[in-house]
Design a protein around this ligand. Structure first.
Ligand code: SF4
Length: 217
């Protein structure tokens, strides 16, 4: 309790969402791909721009809409939200061995399933959430059925998740490693992207100054 009060009193709780709002509205984004836990940030951005448009009687900023993917929330290894601060992440650059280690040793499962012979409940198990994200339908159905009648052990179930994650993450990791071998190209991409973004931002800021009747720079 004391902690949450201390946290809420920090400027970060206002400044961070405002910074995100600025990042969205400066570029006049009308659709923003986000995770479920960021919907609040989009709402705050809408509040900010509505207030601006109302105060200065000009529709400078369009209202952005959130775009959720089929997987709007990815759990961490412990079933909480996946976050670096919680130390519960699987990273795109993790090796196959690290992914297996994290899945089989760190991933939480149904806490009520104590013995191998106990039936489990996939609906409360974080491993099953990962199956739904990474495994094919056949495996998802198999786990869903076999877990409930103790037909599959948690270790084997986690191993299946690890294999599915490796199949999906492995090619991404290879691509990242390849990009890192061509850092000059990466810098060029960043430079040209930044130049394009600057042009859009400058045009928006000119409109903002005009609406607010501020002198142009
Ligand atoms: S078998 Fe799989 S889904 Fe069932 S409790 Fe174990 S880890 Fe979870």
């Amino acid at each position: 309790m004391q902690n949450s009060l201390a946290d809420l009193s920090s400027y970060g709780f206002l400044g961070y969402p405002l910074l995100m709002a600025a990042d969205i509205i400066l570029y006049k984004a009308d659709k923003v791909p986000v995770g479920e836990d960021q919907l609040f940030h989009i709402e705050l951005a809408r509040e900010v721009l509505r207030r601006f448009n109302f105060l200065y009687r000009k529709e400078v900023f369009p209202e952005p809409a959130a775009v959720l993917t089929k997987t709007p929330k990815v759990p961490g290894l412990d079933g909480k939200k996946m976050s670096k601060s919680y130390g519960n992440c699987v990273y795109l650059r993790d090796t196959d061995a690290e992914i297996v280690e994290k899945c089989t040793r760190q991933m939480a499962s149904d806490p009520a399933r104590v013995k191998r012979t106990d039936p489990g409940n996939p609906d409360v198990c974080p491993v099953f959430e990962f199956h739904k994200l990474f495994s094919d339908d056949e495996t998802v159905n198999l786990v869903n059925t076999e877990c409930r009648r103790a037909g599959i052990g948690c270790f084997d179930c986690k191993k299946k998740v690890a294999d599915a994650m490796i199949r999906r993450i492995g090619p991404v990791r290879e691509k990242i490693e390849d990009h890192l071998l061509h850092k000059d190209h990466l810098r060029d991409v960043l430079r040209s992207g930044s130049a394009k973004a600057r042009m859009v931002a400058q045009a928006t800021m000119a409109e903002v100054r005009e609406a607010m009747q501020l002198p142009t720079l």
